[in-house]
Design a protein around this ligand. Structure first.
Ligand SMILES: NC(=O)c1ccc[n+]([C@@H]2O[C@H](COP(=O)([O-])OP(=O)(O)OC[C@H]3O[C@@H](n4cnc5c(N)ncnc54)[C@H](OP(=O)(O)O)[C@@H]3O)[C@@H](O)[C@H]2O)c1
Length: 256
């Protein structure tokens, strides 16, 4: 074999290996409106997705629509299979999930779209809102690398791609969660703007970082709001950027 042919083959193997490493195994726990929509977008982006449900046999249509790299599984299958676990459930399910997933997600990135609402999720929702949703997540799922995103954009804007190219915040602290969290947002067609987990409540429906933005707007709101001692000028800018078009109750109706 000539030296040139050998080098070409070696290059091909390297590219293939790289391409494989570039695709993720994504498990979606809660394959409803949001989980089903995002999972389908990620399959279209080249990733492999396992949709899970308490009734995986009911996911046949979703798997078929998503494409050949989609499959369905149980909660345990999904927890074991995915490199990244997407959690898209009503927050009231967190105590039960915490028990069922105990020790199964250690060291994995968990990417949550799940929102606590005081109405729908009762005491569980109220406690998470008071404590801070990211802290609550970490209490339910200790040992994971947490990222939160897509918390206050309707699933319809993901599905019909009307949010495509718009910026949304990705709340994450550690390197792994930041990298994978930002990637999942990008691969669903959005622009990711990283923000610390301590600000995750601001990204909930009705919060100052909810909705979709231009990247410049969100970058501007990000550093300003992360400073607990906001100057009045900073606060004014943040208020201008914030579009308080709906109350939390209205947002809940729209995004529940
Ligand atoms: N709808 C929106 O536009 C929107 C936008 C942003 C964020 N969110 C938030 O994202 C989350 C999901 O919203 P969604 O609209 O997709 O809800 P959804 O359509 O009702 O789907 C929720 C899924 O959670 C699963 N689930 C419920 N209880 C569970 C449990 N105990 N264990 C395991 N799975 C459980 C259900 O799956 P099975 O019954 O098949 O097990 C269901 O498919 C919510 O927290 C919501 O507030 C929603």
């Amino acid at each position: 074999m000539s030296r040139i042919l050998f080098l070409m083959l070696a290059g091909l193997v390297l590219c293939t290996t790289q391409a494989m490493a570039d695709t993720l195994r994504i498990s979606v726990i809660g394959a409803g409106k949001v989980g089903g929509t995002l999972g389908t977008l990620w399959v279209k982006a080249g990733h492999s997705v396992m949709f899970s449900s308490r009734h995986p046999e009911e996911l046949t249509d979703l798997v078929k629509t998503a494409g050949p790299n989609a499959q369905a599984g149980s909660l345990s299958d999904a927890a074991a299979w995915g490199e990244v676990i997407v959690l898209s459930v009503p927050y009231g399910a967190m105590p039960v999930l915490s028990e069922q997933l105990k020790g199964k997600l250690d060291g994995k990135v968990v990417f949550s779209t799940s929102n606590p609402f005081s109405g729908r999720d009762a005491e569980v929702g109220r406690k998470a809102l008071d404590l801070g949703v990211a802290l609550a997540d970490q209490q339910y799922l200790p040992g994971v690398h947490l990222a939160r995103a897509f918390n206050a954009i309707g699933y319809a804007s993901m599905k019909d791609l009307s949010g495509k190219g718009k910026a949304i915040p990705v709340f994450a602290d550690d390197a792994q969660a930041r990298e994978l969290g930002a990637r999942l947002v990008r691969d669903a067609g959005f622009v990711s703007v990283l923000s610390p987990l301590a600000r995750a409540n601001e990204g909930l429906p009705g919060g100052p970082l909810s909705g979709v933005w231009s990247e410049a707007e969100l970058q501007q709101a990000g550093p300003l709001a992360s400073n607990p001692g906001l100057s009045s000028a900073s606060s004014a800018t943040l208020l201008r950027l914030h579009r308080p078009v709906e109350s939390t109750a209205e947002a809940q109706q729209r995004l529940i």
